[in-house]
Design a protein around this ligand. Structure first.
Ligand SMILES: O=P(O)(O)OC[C@H]1O[C@H](OP(=O)(O)OP(=O)(O)O)[C@H](O)[C@@H]1O
Length: 225
């Protein structure tokens, strides 16, 4: 469990913080290489949850098929969580793609996990938030890829209805399409380990893309959706 402080808030146990701090941090280029090898980056014509067409699709669902890469992505987020000294009592993944990542973040940091369902069941306890929690506790949201931030907002709303707090969200990758500003409107600080620009630069080094194509993609993604 997390360790309780005098004011009732919680933090990651000191021994876990030290373990994360003394392990070499995951480099962006290292995770990029692994994601590239796992074919997570697709160019072509794809459609996002928002309905927007995108010339580049990043599918991090694929990494659950490699426990090593899945753990590396979770560790990269944990490095950032510890470096930023984020305070929280529970970890919640934005369903579904981020659930394996949230499970590993919970395990690495030894902080309990809760699960938010996409839809409540019509039987059993009918709860939207599963797991054991105390009202008033703080949740850290974990995402795989963020576009508008809408999925994070929806998840935060459901969690706040349960009298839990949410102040921070972290993702493996920010597609840099407005999520930071959108989430700030909802009092959510948003951090990511990788950015779309970093991925496009990586693809240039792999001769998969020219600088000119990168600029065209950035312009396309900057259009409102
Ligand atoms: O920032 P947003 O505009 O909300 O977009 C990002 C969301 O889209 C994807 O999930 P998707 O809706 O495809 O569902 P899944 O996780 O169940 O695959 C992704 O895993 C994020 O949750």
């Amino acid at each position: 469990m997390t360790a309780a402080t005098a004011n009732g808030n919680h933090h990651i146990d000191d021994s876990v913080v030290m373990k994360v701090q003394t392990t070499s941090p995951i480099q962006e280029s290292t995770l990029f290489e692994e994601l590239y090898q796992m074919d997570c980056f697709r160019t072509g014509e794809f459609y996002l949850k928002s309905g927007q067409m995108t010339p580049i699709y990043i599918d991090l669902r694929r990494i659950m098929s490699s426990p090593r890469v899945l753990r590396m992505a979770a560790q990269a987020m944990c490095d950032k969580i510890v470096a930023k000294n984020l305070k929280f009592d529970y970890v919640v993944g934005v369903p579904y793609a981020a659930l394996p990542l949230a499970t590993l973040v919970s395990d690495i940091l030894n902080v309990p996990m809760l699960m938010k369902r996409k839809e409540a069941k019509a039987y059993g306890t009918k709860q939207l938030i599963e797991g054991v929690y105390q009202p008033g506790g703080t949740v850290l949201l974990v995402e795989d890829v963020v576009t508008s931030g809408e999925s994070i907002r929806e998840t935060a709303e459901a969690i706040r209805k349960e009298n839990l707090k949410v102040t921070d969200a972290i993702a493996v990758l920010d597609r840099q399409q407005g999520a930071v500003a959108n989430l700030a409107e909802d009092n959510l600080n948003f951090l990511s380990f990788l950015t779309m620009e970093g991925i496009l630069d990586g693809l240039i080094t792999k001769n998969e893309m020219t600088e000119e194509r990168k600029q065209q993609i950035i312009e396309h993604l900057a259009k409102p959706f």
